[in-house]
Design a protein around this ligand. Structure first.
Ligand SMILES: *Cc1c(COP(=O)(O)O)cnc(C)c1O
Ligand code: SF4
Length: 351
């Protein structure tokens, strides 16, 4: 029997909690991809069949449908992995994955083939090799801890990782990608906050997709991080049936800013296997972003990005507002769709 205070990790647990129907095929999903619904998330699940929190974490048989375009390594990390636990795609920053576990398992996860409870903490030997790699590449200005969720590490282990990075002079910034403040807010304790305060500034980027995820406990955890001097950003995945409307995103981004979190990226959903039911068309995403731009504070505007499959990196994909007209001047589209002329640079001073 799964109580309210434990993380649900099995189909039986989901059925007992009334979160999923008793379907034999769900076991097949569970064999492929990890399940976890933390107690805090369970408290945020609303009634009704189309709940935007449940839809992110409760497995469905749609995950068994894999299209030919979907990939086990959707954003092409493997070719950019010089040593275990490190992904180096862009010159000035690397990903360091100190563990492969998450507090919840998102059904649309772009790393779903690489995360799960069986993917534990990066062993000491691998961590040492990862530090050697970072030390040997002076162009690395920023280290992004991701995984898995780095805030799931025992604080002593996180401290060890951060101490190691502090000792590398050219690493000026550490970033932590996490869902913990919202899905396991009880982990944001004074000990963790003191581990995050150090010589090298630590920025926290929260993954959050719907206003309903942010309850009083999450607000308190975000407030504690902000009061602790940690700059907070967020990333959101655009997901069909969860947040694919300008209204849902406006509510989310306002709530984040009210909690001192600056929306950073809105990700177009990646081509992870068995996630087609979550993906929108790029035009739908652009339409939503255009509407937000017109009506909502600039603080609430993330950059809409696509990670190009094959490892070619992230690119902004919102509409361009500027076109060159045949006479050489520019045509700039305003938030209502009207176009305005903007002059080119005068002859002789540019092109
Ligand atoms: C997304 C990503 C980053 C971070 O990119 P930013 O645009 O700086 O947020 C870094 N490395 C890899 C491999 C990534 O996929
Ligand atoms: S928290 Fe991130 S890495 Fe973990 S399952 Fe969700 S999307 Fe994947």
């Amino acid at each position: 029997m799964t109580g309210d205070r434990t993380t649900i990790r099995t189909v039986d647990g989901l059925v007992a909690a009334g979160l999923a129907p008793d379907q034999a095929a769900l076991e097949e999903v569970a064999e492929r991809y990890a399940i976890a619904i933390s107690p805090a998330v369970r408290r945020r699940v609303g009634p009704g069949p189309d709940d935007p929190v449940a839809a992110q974490f409760v497995p469905t048989t749609s995950e068994l449908i894999v299209s030919a375009d979907e990939l086990t390594d959707p954003i092409g990390d493997d070719p950019f992995t010089p040593v275990t636990g490190v992904t180096h795609r862009y010159r000035d920053r690397v990903l360091l994955k100190p563990l492969g576990m998450c507090p919840v398992y998102c059904r649309f996860c772009f790393r779903r083939e690489a995360v799960g409870p069986e993917h534990g903490i990066l062993p000491d030997g691998d961590l040492a090799v990862a530090f050697d790699y970072i030390r040997g590449h002076e162009e690395i200005w920023e280290v992004i801890l991701t995984g898995g969720d780095p805030l799931m590490l025992p604080p002593a282990r996180l401290e060890r990782v951060l101490d190691g990075l502090d000792a590398i002079a050219h690493v000026k910034v550490v970033r932590i990608h996490t869902r913990v403040p919202v899905v396991s807010p009880e982990r944001i304790r004074p000990r963790l906050l003191s581990v995050l305060r150090r010589r090298t500034p630590v920025w926290v980027v929260l993954h959050c997709n719907h206003r309903q995820e942010i309850g009083a406990e999450a607000s308190a955890a975000l407030g504690a991080l902000a009061d602790g001097g940690i700059p907070l950003l967020s990333q959101t995945v655009l997901l069909r049936g969860v947040n694919d409307s300008a209204t849902a995103l406006e509510e989310l981004f306002r709530a984040l800013v009210e909690n001192r979190v600056k929306p950073y990226y809105l990700h177009h959903a990646d081509l992870a296997r068995g996630t087609g039911h979550f993906r929108t068309a790029i035009e739908e995403g652009r339409d939503i972003v255009r509407r937000l731009r017109g009506d909502v504070s600039g603080l609430c505007q993330p950059t809409y990005v696509l990670d190009i499959p094959g490892g070619h990196g992230k690119v902004p994909i919102a509409d361009s507002c500027v076109e060159r007209s045949p006479d050489g001047s520019y045509l700039v589209t305003d938030r209502r769709g009207a176009r305005h002329r903007y002059p080119p640079v005068p002859e002789g001073t540019g092109q």
